[in-house]
Design a binder for this molecule. Sequence first.
Ligand code: ADE
Ligand code: ZN
Length: 345
Amino acid sequence: MNHPPIAPDRLPELLRRMPKAELHMHIEGSLEPELMFALAKRNQLTLPYPDVASLKQAYVFDNLQDFLNIYHAGTQVLRTEQDFYDMTWAYLQRAAADQVIHTEIFFDTQTHTGHGVEESVVISGLHRACVDAQAQLGLSASLILCFLRHLSEAQAFEALEQALPQLDKLVGVGLASSELGHPPEKFARVFAKARALGLRLVAHAGEEGPPAYIWGALDALKVERIDHGVQAMKDPALMARLAQQRIPLTVCPLSNIKLRVFPSLAQHNLGQMLDAGIMATVNSDDPAYFGGYINDNLTQTFAALGMTAQHAYQLAHNSFAASFAEASTKQVWQDRLAAFFDSFE
Ligand code: ADE
Ligand code: ZN
């Protein structure tokens, strides 16, 4: 890619304005405290915090499990189709403001069915917001159902079964929640079934867990992308495979700092990953909890690691290439990205 040189002080603006895709964002993790309180009121529920400020003060985590406990508590306010719509619409508007032109949204169903909400209610609310995003924001949005890995294989099968009437509203399935002690192999059969149904496959692996979980996600689950994957750097043979096979990693830098996967952004391995030829992307994971949406992730990580406009182009290009859109659509987005860089001044 040859484009006019871009001065380092223009990088934040470049990052904010460039078209991009987001491929790793849990919709329940986009539920901002203000909306959480509004939904609690609407559903006549009481949150265990008196106000927004005290809830926000609780957003300090030592590890993934610590975060998941609070995250699951927050999902209790989601009861109706309109609640799921409102949460999703708020994220989609925020994403459009960050020049996200395509997003693949993760959602849980097991969390909500555990609260007595029907799976069809969840999927309908999310999907209606995605349809409106295309029409009103020009933002393409699709849905990925994540199985919760701390629950059983039988429960994952049940979640997939309940989604069957709305399969046309999903692009794929993923695997999320507590990683350590829950290796991918536990879900090999349910992923095989999802694959047979024509769904695309992703899984969280190597966030806190070892490189062996990334091998397991690739070989036992046959996933096409790895969510996080930052622990791959510990295994040179795995790094070589990820680079050679162009397996995308959906990296979430601010999440990794908040959950203490790296001590600071300056010690994050995103720059090394890109320089090693890994097809990395940058994403927000759970933006309402981790202090920023996709552009915050990009601008803060670039500043901490001294990354360049070439890295920015690479990351945005990767985000489209790694998406589950049609090849012709990806090409349109990549042409738009190239035109943006050419005309940036
Ligand atoms: N669910 C929501 N965010 C998650 C994360 N970062 N890792 C695993 N499961 C999640
Ligand atoms: Zn995640």
